[in-house]
Design a protein around this ligand. Structure first.
Ligand SMILES: *Cc1c(COP(=O)(O)O)cnc(C)c1O
Ligand SMILES: [Zn+2]
Length: 483
């Protein structure tokens, strides 16, 4: 068997409750523990068998697979053994997700921040956010489940701040029957681009007045009482898929994590859960020999995780917050369902390294918007949450939390185009007051009219082109060619 073939190793997956430790078999859809109501993580009972090979062996396998011509291994399932290794090749859905580029900060941006850093452009996934990683795994699992139980119909549903529904609808549309998808959105709280995505994919799109936390309660209620597949990050199969971000990051850095600080925005906290879980698996297998440091970032308008960790250890109490308007809208969540997962994994992280291995940074709306605009003026494609990460890096540096020999990797969780409306408000100074954002006028940009509306009248094509070219040359101060 060649390293680039579909693997023959199979594991046995089990849901493990983070509250009471109860375990459940993997062949039914479970989101919360029937005993205590807590969330799950999935565990591979045969993980130890992977340890019969050393880290160098696995580094070799994953590096060789980068050249695999097996479609199922081209995306996140390059790391098949670390994800859901009971899936068969026929189950795996591949829409081009994962293996997203890591782009070094433009030199001028790096110099102004004063630290080497890069963006991992997860906006370059098929539906333009990292949510595709989780959906590729969740939908592969659903295919497997439908096959196993011979289901002829399955309805998927999710509550969303925009990107989850875009991803869920895309994968459901691609897979087709027996899967169908419906999405529930907080009315007016997703961007027009995000709304257009599930509509274009043919999903049933339902809007509810309120915020994301309201929608989440509705789908939880549904999942307990009706026969639907919940695709929020309560669904642990999504967490597995999102672990691929950590595997790719480690591989890109040649499996050397020394001095790396990773910045991740926290909304429902599924992404940071997955990233920490992924790095821990690599450490367990000896694929990496040290953990990177992980920094969660939250806006002061939606910061329950920050508040929890800002308190002294003995005074930490979990308390959801009421959110306020945030440009980091995809992370505008006051009661993240994955908080218990973050807590568990942060403890493991700190145990395997030190207290500095996991921290949460709070930033303002203003800092987030300024950072996104600055990043994109330097050739990046950061969404507002990517701006939040850059603001988090600047803040962490100002707080003295980063050493001079360290370097950072920021998660640009979605493509800037999805959040063009916020850029627009920045350029036109039209933020509603609740955001509290005052743009730097020097950064404003708008299209300039080259010729008036009636300039075309009475001119031939050639005359019109010449008039426009002359006007353009004047506007840009072009020098005439002398020879
Ligand atoms: C979902 C989302 C987040 C928040 O991720 P969580 O897993 O909910 O913490 C951040 N940025 C973007 C672009 C998202 O779509
Ligand atoms: Zn339990």
């Amino acid at each position: 068997m060649h390293a680039t073939d579909f693997p023959s190793y199979r594991g046995r997956m089990e849901y493990v409750c983070l509250g009471c430790g109860a375990r459940y078999p993997h062949d039914s859809l479970l989101y919360a523990c029937p005993e205590c109501g807590e969330v799950f993580l999935l565990e591979n009972l045969d993980f130890a068998r992977l340890g019969e090979h050393d880290g160098a062996y696995w580094r070799g396998v994953f590096d060789a697979r980068a050249a695999s011509r097996v479609t199922a291994l081209r995306g996140i399932f390059r790391y098949y053994e670390l994800l859901a290794p009971m899936l068969e090749e026929q189950d795996i859905v591949y829409l081009g997700e994962g293996i997203t580029p890591i782009v070094e900060a433009a030199p001028a941006l790096r110099d102004s921040v004063g630290l080497p850093f890069a963006y991992k452009n997860d906006g370059q996934n098929p539906s333009a956010s990292f949510k595709d990683r989780g959906m590729a795994c969740a939908f592969s699992y659903l295919k497997w489940l439908c096959r196993r139980h011979r289901w002829d119909e399955a309805l998927t549903i999710c509550a969303s701040t925009g990107d989850t529904s875009a991803a869920a609808a895309l994968y459901a549309a691609y897979v087709g029957p027996p899967l169908k998808s419906a999405v529930l959105l907080p009315k007016g709280k997703v961007t027009p681009q995000q709304l257009s995505q599930p509509l274009g994919s043919g999903a049933t799109v339902l809007e509810l007045p309120g915020v994301f936390d309201d929608c989440m309660k509705v789908v939880e209620h549904l999942a307990e009482r009706y026969n639907v597949a919940l695709l929020n990050s309560k669904n642990s199969w999504r967490i597995l898929g999102q672990e691929s971000w950590a595997y790719e990051t480690a591989q890109w850095h040649g499996w050397d994590m020394a001095g790396l600080c990773v910045f991740v925005p926290i909304g429902n906290a599924g992404n940071i859960t997955a990233i920490m879980s992924g790095f821990l698996k690599l450490l367990d297998l000896g694929v990496i020999t040290a953990l990177p440091r992980v920094f969660g970032v939250q806006s002061e308008h939606a910061d329950p995780v920050y508040r929890y960790y800002a308190a002294p250890v003995s005074e930490r109490r979990w308390k959801p917050v009421a959110v306020q308007a945030s440009v980091a809208q995809a992370a505008m969540i006051g009661n993240p369902v994955s908080f218990p997962r973050v807590k568990t994994l942060a403890e493991r992280f700190i145990r395997r390294a030190d207290e500095r291995a996991f921290q949460v940074i709070q930033v303002t709306e203003q800092q987030t918007m300024d950072a996104m605009i600055q990043a994109n003026r330097h050739g990046h494609i950061a969404c507002t949450q990517g701006g939040e990460c850059l603001a988090g890096l600047v803040k962490a540096k100002a707080l003295g939390l980063i050493d001079s020999h360290e370097h950072a990797l920021l998660d640009a969780t979605a493509h800037s185009l999805k959040f063009a409306g916020f850029q627009d408000m920045y350029f036109t100074d039209s933020f509603p007051p609740e955001y509290g954002v005052k743009p730097d006028k020097n950064l404003a940009n708008s299209p300039q009219e080259l010729l008036p509306e009636d300039a075309r009248a009475g001119k031939s094509d050639a005359e019109y082109a010449e008039a426009a070219a002359t006007a353009l040359a004047k506007r840009l101060n072009l020098k005439a060619r002398t020879s």
